[in-house]
Design a protein around this ligand. Structure first.
Ligand SMILES: *Cc1c(COP(=O)(O)O)cnc(C)c1O
Length: 221
């Protein structure tokens, strides 16, 4: 079942789009099922679960942290995490940098941008992300690498609204790339799209989709 779904997505997604299999709340045997047919990137949103799965599962898995990260938990994932998707403050970036520096690592991060019309979602707005990237505090951080942006669209049936939210993320990405990352080749990712809206996300420039329930089944929490 899981294997079939992974095959479907690997076949369906354009080559330029990375599949993050969101395995949060799901048992290790299902992750192994996906791993065994070639899926190497998995997303988790709880630090404790991520650490436990990292310890038990094959070491060539690339673990992405996709949840809201608290500063006091950063140290647990910095040694091995391959990408942190939802960084939404300078304070958090500083903490990631501090822990990464201790072990001489550079940690890849995405800045989470608030694109939805929903109070419950996190993220920076355009003004805040400019302020962050312009600040001398940010420029002093040498052990993080900003790989791009991440966003979540409003949970709605209004497809044109979803499309316009994703489009706004793509436009902001381009603007930031030209303003702050024109000479380096790192700010390339736009993480957007989940089970319900990944097609719209890809049509609007996604480079990375985070798909959970449609691979592993509904979550019961
Ligand atoms: C759970 C989660 C997903 C996956 O959502 P599905 O609808 O199950 O595909 C993607 N991104 C984030 C940030 C999540 O928390």
């Amino acid at each position: 079942m899981v294997a079939e779904k992974i095959k479907f997505y690997l076949n369906e997604l354009p080559k330029s789009v990375t599949l993050v299999a969101v395995s949060k709340t799901k048992p290790e045997n299902l992750i192994l099922e996906a791993y065994n047919i070639g899926q190497k990137i998995f997303g988790e949103n709880k630090v404790q679960d991520l650490v436990q799965k990292y310890e038990h599962l094959p070491k060539d898995i690339q673990w992405h942290f996709i949840g809201h990260l608290q500063t006091n938990k950063v140290k647990f994932i910095v040694p091995f995490v391959s990408l942190i998707h939802a960084v939404d403050s300078l304070k958090l970036l500083k903490e990631i940098n501090k822990e990464a520096l201790k072990i001489n690592r550079t940690v890849n991060c995405l800045l989470q941008i608030y694109i939805a019309k929903e109070e419950t979602k996190f993220g920076l707005d355009e003004k805040e992300v400019f302020q962050l990237l312009e600040s001398s505090d940010f420029k002093a951080l040498k052990n993080i690498n900003i790989s791009g942006l991440m966003g979540m669209a409003t949970y709605t049936n209004n497809l044109s609204q979803i499309a316009s939210e994703f489009d706004s993320l793509k436009k902001l990405h381009l603007k930031l790339k030209n303003t702050f990352f024109a000479t380096d080749n790192s700010f390339n990712e736009i993480s957007m799209g989940m089970s319900g809206d990944y097609k719209i996300a890809i049509a609007n420039g996604s480079t990375m989709v985070r798909i959970g329930s449609s691979i592993f089944g509904e979550r019961n929490y």
